[in-house]
Design a binder for this molecule. Structure first.
Ligand SMILES: Nc1ncnc2c1ncn2[C@@H]1O[C@H](COP(=O)(O)OP(=O)(O)OP(=O)(O)O)[C@@H](O)[C@H]1O
Ligand SMILES: [Mg+2]
Length: 273
């Protein structure tokens, strides 16, 4: 059996607040993401999507349960920098240029300067920002900053990408272009992705599986198998295909969580939790 890219077992997260109050952000989460698999997390605001991603990235620790990244503890995987991260807040270093930000992970891994520079140039072209390589992050729009963060997360062609609403600040056209690019990049590099989004069509277009979460306490309500084809088969015309609309409906029904919807999903071969 191959080692999962991400293996989350029985994970709960309780935030303890002042005066004994607490928030159960996640409860009993089990999820395995295979190498090369694209999994989206979708659910109402506050259901724990970002928390789950932060636990996988070892930016916070679970209250109970276990998290493995390529078989390592989350902590060991973070120290080894086994994945690229692109979160909604771009998280760029303000004192470094755009190119300097993209080169950072390569610098940390002691990649030589010429190789770093050519990789940064390649990624800047990919995200359409070649002409702002020498600018500083605060001279860019929010959407441009997000694209720099995406380029940075791809710098080392990681086998795992953790992305929290990375396209949230992009206009619709750029967003669809970045989605198509992400599908292509993942097809080429074989990267596994855990991707948080509020957009059902985005989740469906990108994913092999869509994990639908329910609020307070955050639990997995349903996992919808999408798999609309390999990267090469997922061109823009897929967005007009009946299989695309059927998957969008399945995810929407799962999100709304009505019993009728669940029966309909089951009839379509959707895995129910
Ligand atoms: N550091 C923290 N301290 C206390 N409570 C927290 C903390 N971080 C998150 N929470 C709570 O945990 C719950 C889940 O938050 P989280 O940010 O994971 O939600 P989300 O699904 O990402 O929401 P959104 O879609 O709005 O980004 C919320 O109720 C939130 O208030
Ligand atoms: Mg969030």
């Amino acid at each position: 059996m191959t080692t999962a890219a991400v293996h989350v077992t029985g994970v709960s997260k309780i935030f303890r607040l002042a005066k004994g109050a607490e928030t159960v952000a996640l409860d009993g989460i089990d999820l395995a993401v295979a190498p090369g698999e694209f999994v989206s997390l979708i659910g109402p605001s506050g259901c724990g999507k970002s928390t789950l991603l932060r636990l996988i990235a070892d930016l916070d620790q679970p209250t109970s349960g276990d998290i493995r990244v390529f078989g390592k503890t989350a902590r060991a995987a973070r120290i080894d920098q086994d994945y690229g991260i692109a979160f909604q807040q771009a998280g760029l270093l303000p004192w470094r240029t755009v190119a300097g930000n993209i080169e950072l992970p390569l610098e940390l891994h002691k990649v030589g300067k010429p190789a770093r520079q050519s990789r940064a140039a390649e990624l800047l072209a990919l995200v359409g920002l070649s002409d702002v390589a020498d600018r500083y992050p605060d001279q860019l729009s929010g959407g441009m900053q997000q694209r720099v963060a995406i380029a940075r997360s791809l710098a080392e062609s990681p086998e795992l990408l953790l992305m929290d609403e990375p396209f949230g600040a992009l206009d619709e056209m750029t967003r669809e272009r970045m989605q198509a690019e992400l599908v292509r990049i993942c097809g080429e590099t074989g990267a596994a992705v855990v991707f948080v989004t509020h957009s059902i069509p985005e989740a469906v277009f990108l994913s092999d599986r869509v994990v639908v979460m329910s609020p307070r306490p955050g639990r997995i309500r349903q996992i919808v198998d999408v798999a609309l084809g390999s990267a090469g088969e997922r061109a823009d015309d897929l967005r007009e295909a009946s299989s695309f609309f059927a998957a969008v409906s399945a995810v929407r029904e799962a999100l709304h969580g009505s019993p009728v919807a669940e029966a309909a999903s089951a009839a379509r071969g959707v895995e129910t939790r």
